[in-house]
Design a protein around this ligand. Structure first.
Ligand code: GDP
Length: 197
């Protein structure tokens, strides 16, 4: 898929205020600093469509972007920021779970994972929750350019092995780099394939 247009639609903190539209939407979510804004900008070919936040975890907004006038890319807040209080975490959880439970037009959640790190409980728990609620998701491994190919392969293999301890099969996954654009075509084609099906 070629990106012809990518426009910011709305930011909001209430799921009920998300665009009243039946267009399919694809949500991007992950730990703060995982590279979500960079990935969204890379995918859409726009330098600063998604803003990289100076204070990760502070802004808890759902951002909708309209792509090619026929689907929404949704930038969800980053989770797992260490300096966020317990009460903020609870609010965040409610907010995110409400989004996934209510948005019937949400086709697939892309869960971003930093390819440099070992599987983190917070990501595993989040994917477990998605699975329990029958919410389709894929994994996007980010920052692949930061690793030597052999280490990258090893990390992905470790990840798969850990996933397969609790999942029957490895979810669809993509390996990406915002700097080299690795994964851009694969993800856009994946979305296009679903939209056309
Ligand atoms: P967010 O908090 O998840 O939106 O993360 P950002 O997109 O703001 O990225 C966090 C940091 O990682 C920034 O310093 C980015 O420049 C860097 N970064 C993000 N993606 C990549 C990537 O693919 N390769 C490299 N080398 N750095 C990246």
């Amino acid at each position: 898929m070629k990106i012809k247009t990518a426009e910011f639609v709305i930011s909001n903190s209430k799921v009920d205020h998300c665009p009243n539209s039946t267009l399919p939407e694809y949500a991007f979510i992950g730990r703060s600093n995982v590279g979500k804004s960079s990935l969204i900008n890379m995918l859409t070919g726009r330098k600063s469509l998604a803003k990289t936040s100076a204070k990760p975890g502070k802004t808890q907004l759902i951002n909708h972007f309209l792509i090619n006038n026929n689907w929404h890319l949704v930038d969800l807040p980053g989770y797992g920021y260490a300096q966020v209080s317990k009460s903020t975490k609870k609010v965040f959880q409610k907010f995110i779970t409400a989004y996934f439970k209510k948005r019937e037009q949400m086709i697939c959640a892309f869960v971003l994972i930093d390819s440099r790190h070992k599987p983190q409980p917070i990501d595993m728990e989040f994917m477990q929750w998605l699975g329990e609620h029958n919410i389709p998701f894929c994994i996007i491994f980010t920052k692949a350019d930061k690793l030597k190919p052999k280490i990258l392969d090893k990390n992905i293999e470790n990840y798969k092995n850990e996933m397969l301890e609790s999942w029957v099969e490895m979810p669809e996954y993509f390996i990406t780099s915002a700097t080299s654009k690795l994964g851009q075509d694969d993800i856009l084609d994946y979305i296009e394939g679903i939209n056309n099906s």
